[in-house]
Write a protein that binds this ligand. Structure first.
Ligand SMILES: NC(=O)c1ccc[n+]([C@@H]2O[C@H](COP(=O)([O-])OP(=O)(O)OC[C@H]3O[C@@H](n4cnc5c(N)ncnc54)[C@H](OP(=O)(O)O)[C@@H]3O)[C@@H](O)[C@H]2O)c1
Length: 423
């Protein structure tokens, strides 16, 4: 294997894991390591110089490969563009950067004949990117569906197994180092949306702006939602779902809490683990699971990319799967109703002026079938609808408001043949 001189940007959780794993390899030298805070106490790394100036890596003609594990967009975006322009290969774990500026970075890498590898950017230690790129090229990917954030999965597992409230479960995740002091990116689903955008590019040949992902986090979930999940033989999970609508050909990307039937393979994924089901046109459904984050699992993916790069450095570039194919046919999708729907669990509270009979009228007016309906207390009803689009459920909600009935809770249900409505 050709010996390579690398620069490392970032020496935090993942960066220190990368150094630990690369120490065992003799094909690479990390010449320079860039960090942010010059005053932080850190162990000496033999053979490497530490700097606070990323340009020392970017402008060093000896450095062929930049390993970026710092995170965030600026200043990293500008530095990586400059490194690519100078002919350096890139290995990155930065999902936010790739989801936001992936098209420009991949085009620039192609133009400059360098590789841009990113296995660690989605699902940490699980070889998900390589499975999509190398394992399933004979397939059209029909859907990807999974749990891609360990922090929220830990919080939800804790809430359902131990009856802990959201705030308490979040605090524990922070104490264990699983959640940041500002947990917004994780708990509001931004982190998963970035990952889903990367998966969309690989699966459906389209980069979609993270802003266009339909996104809801877990911070508004209550103990009664967890109890609902238990009663319906489901678990509550933050799910990333990407699928192509067969009728409109639009790509539907969404991240939100979903009731997952207990018999479903994603239901048993607990704690900080991740799992993803990829549905290929020929291979059928494949499920990958494992540690989605952490020092060594993530470093395993980064160093795997470094090894791949060193082995294949001189082979022709293969980044076809990341070209924007822009398959979406806007004319075809016009006036066609999306088929991407869900069964829904709804909890309704009747106002003083409402009458239960109007519920049936509202269902009929919105063409919604109630698969199950229960009187839950004097003025509260719960129901499970047939599969409906978000637009239709919003219409139903508005119609109910005109009858003085409020939808106080709505949870989508992940379709599964084994799902039973028996509470
Ligand atoms: N942690 C995980 O389990 C995990 C999993 C998958 C992907 N990732 C991704 O991996 C990347 C790194 O995550 P992490 O958890 O290792 O972060 P981290 O622990 O916060 O470490 C970040 C490192 O980058 C350095 N850094 C930040 N901004 C910099 C700048 N402008 N110039 C130079 N150095 C800078 C920091 O320097 P100081 O040491 O001076 O602060 C620190 O060493 C992120 O993109 C993240 O999304 C992380």
């Amino acid at each position: 294997m050709t010996k390579i001189v690398a620069g490392l940007i970032g020496l935090g959780t993942v960066g220190s894991g990368v150094v630990e794993l690369l120490k065992k390899q003799d094909f690479i030298t990390i010449k320079t390591i860039a960090v942010k805070d010059p005053n932080k106490q850190r162990p000496q790394i033999e053979g490497s110089t530490i700097t606070c100036n990323i340009e020392e890596i970017v402008n060093d003609p000896q450095i062929e490969l930049v390993i970026e594990v710092a995170g965030g967009i600026e200043p990293i975006y500008e530095h990586l563009k400059n490194a690519i322009k100078k002919g350096k290969h890139i290995v990155t774990a930065n999902k936010k950067l790739l989801a936001t500026h992936g098209p420009e970075l991949f085009a620039l890498a192609q133009k400059n004949s360098v590789r841009l590898l990113f296995e660690a950017s989605v699902a940490g230690g699980i070889p998900l990117i390589s499975t999509l790129q190398k394992g399933l090229p004979a397939n059209e990917i029909l859907s990807v569906c999974g749990i891609l954030n360990g922090t929220t999965n830990f919080i939800l597992s804790k809430m359902s197994k131990e009856g802990t409230g959201y705030d308490e479960a979040l605090k524990e995740a922070q104490i264990l180092g699983l959640a940041e002091s500002d947990p917004t990116d994780d708990v509001e689903g931004f982190d998963v949306a970035y990952k889903l955008c990367i998966l969309s590019a690989l699966s459906f040949g389209q980069f979609i702006d993270p802003i266009s992902v339909q996104r809801e986090g877990i911070s508004r979930l209550k103990a009664e939602d967890v109890e609902t999940a238990r009663r319906l033989n489901c678990s509550l999970k933050l799910i990333a779902l990407g699928r192509r609508d067969n009728l409109t050909e639009k790509i539907d990307l969404r991240v939100h809490p979903i009731l997952v039937p207990n018999a479903h393979s994603l239901s048993g994924i607990s704690g900080a683990n991740n799992a993803i089901i990829i549905e290929g046109s020929a291979a059928g459904k494949i499920c990958l699971s494992g540690p989605g984050a952490g020092k060594l699992p993530t470093a395993s993916a980064v160093v795997g990319d470094v090894i791949t790069l060193c082995q294949n450095k001189h082979l022709p570039l293969e980044q076809k799967s990341l070209k924007i194919k822009n398959k979406e046919n806007k004319n075809k999708s016009k006036n066609k109703k999306s088929q991407c729907g869900f069964k829904n669990y709804l909890r309704l509270v009747l106002g003083a002026s409402s009458k239960p009979g109007v519920l049936i009228s509202a269902l009929a007016a919105c063409k919604i079938i109630a698969l199950q309906i229960e009187h839950d207390g004097l003025l509260t009803y719960t129901m499970v609808t047939d599969s409906q689009s978000d637009e239709q459920i919003d219409k139903f909600r508005k119609t109910l408001e005109t009858y003085d009935i409020k939808v106080v809770s709505r949870l989508r249900i992940l379709e599964d043949e084994s799902f039973s409505l028996t509470a």
